[in-house]
Design a protein around this ligand. Structure first.
Ligand SMILES: Nc1ncnc2c1ncn2[C@@H]1O[C@H](COP(=O)(O)OP(=O)(O)OP(=O)(O)O)[C@@H](O)[C@H]1O
Ligand SMILES: [Mg+2]
Length: 296
């Protein structure tokens, strides 16, 4: 099972507000278009629901079997390992929520927009993004939108069992699209997903576009009490990641224990804005070897 060793804390002298405090929970509203399903809205057939504004069922038992931190009442592991992972992500999310909604929020511009990244590929970004999203969604008074911004290796929808459909790329390319039709409501209360969407050969340009900037600003400002999590490409391998880091208010950097070199971590940290809260998460899971390196 997963063993996550949390190492969230301050990185650099100026990040006095980077999450080391323990925030109190606060309330969190949500985008009506991407709202969690109402009690009367039951899960629908996943394939027809994706991208249609309907609710896509998430198989939490399957996620739990994959090591994700699912609550026991939702089919999560009863074993100690599952509880351990839930507790780790509970601790990881606290400073993020404090920076987003607590007293520190005023000093963290766009603090409700959080980028999950890493120095290099395969360190557990998607694993941590989904776990964080599930953990935030567990809080009754919070809502979370998980956005797959890893356009070259999008795995959020696949991992969650959300069928192919439109997503971030499509919204950026076609401003006339209704976000409410593209955001995927899930059967997990308070959790919505924006998949990566169509493949795009100019992903870097799209993420660096004015449209993306405006979109992130809109996500942050229009619904300031919702947490927006971006699963992202690795910093050292994709220029999109650096662009995205500039748009997010907080950064979570996943560090694969025993796989990411200190030099790589230092170099990646050097690419980030030292004024922003940056949390490090040490992922103790053995790294998956990927012979095909996919960021050019
Ligand atoms: N702590 C963990 N416990 C259990 N499984 C994990 C853990 N960390 C990562 N994994 C698994 O390892 C694999 C690689 O992790 P993941 O896909 O999250 O990495 P990534 O950083 O998103 O990779 P990429 O750079 O390819 O997007 C996945 O199958 C994931 O579920
Ligand atoms: Mg990933």
């Amino acid at each position: 099972m997963s063993i996550i060793e949390k190492a969230i804390g301050q990185v650099g002298a100026k990040r006095a507000h980077a999450g080391i405090e323990r925030p109190e929970p606060s309330s969190d509203g949500f985008h009506a278009d991407a709202a969690a399903p109402s009690p009367s809205t039951g899960p629908t057939d996943a394939a027809s629901a994706a991208g249609s504004g309907k609710t896509v069922p998430i198989d939490l038992g399957r996620l739990a079997a994959m090591g994700f931190a699912v609550a026991p009442e939702d089919g999560g592991a009863q074993a100690d390992d599952g509880a351990h992972t839930r507790e780790e992500f509970r601790l990881i999310k606290r400073p993020l929520l404090l920076n987003a909604f607590g007293e520190a929020a005023a000093s963290v511009p766009r603090g409700n927009v959080i980028m999950v990244t890493s120095a290099v590929a395969g360190e557990g970004k998607t694993f941590c993004s989904i776990n964080l999203a599930l953990s935030v969604a567990m809080e009754r008074d919070r809502r979370v939108l998980l956005v797959d911004a890893d356009l070259q290796r999008p795995m959020v929808a696949t991992t969650l069992g959300i069928p192919q459909g439109p997503g971030l790329v499509d919204l950026l390319e076609n401003p006339s699209l209704d976000p409410g039709e593209v955001f995927v409501n899930t059967s997990v209360s308070r959790l919505s997903v924006l998949p990566a969407g169509s493949r795009h050969q100019f992903g870097t340009e799209l993420l660096a576009s004015e449209a993306m900037k405006a979109f992130v600003q809109e996500l942050s400002e229009r619904y300031p009490d919702r947490l927006v999590l971006f699963d992202s490409p690795p910093l050292l391998a994709a220029t999109q990641a650096v662009v995205l880091a500039g748009l997010a208010g907080q950064i979570v950097m996943v560090v694969g224990a025993g796989s990411t070199s200190q030099e790589a971590v230092t170099e990646a940290l050097g690419m980030l804005d030292a004024e922003k809260p940056i949390g490090l998460v040490l992922n103790r899971y053995p790294r998956v070897f990927r012979p095909e390196y996919y960021y050019g």
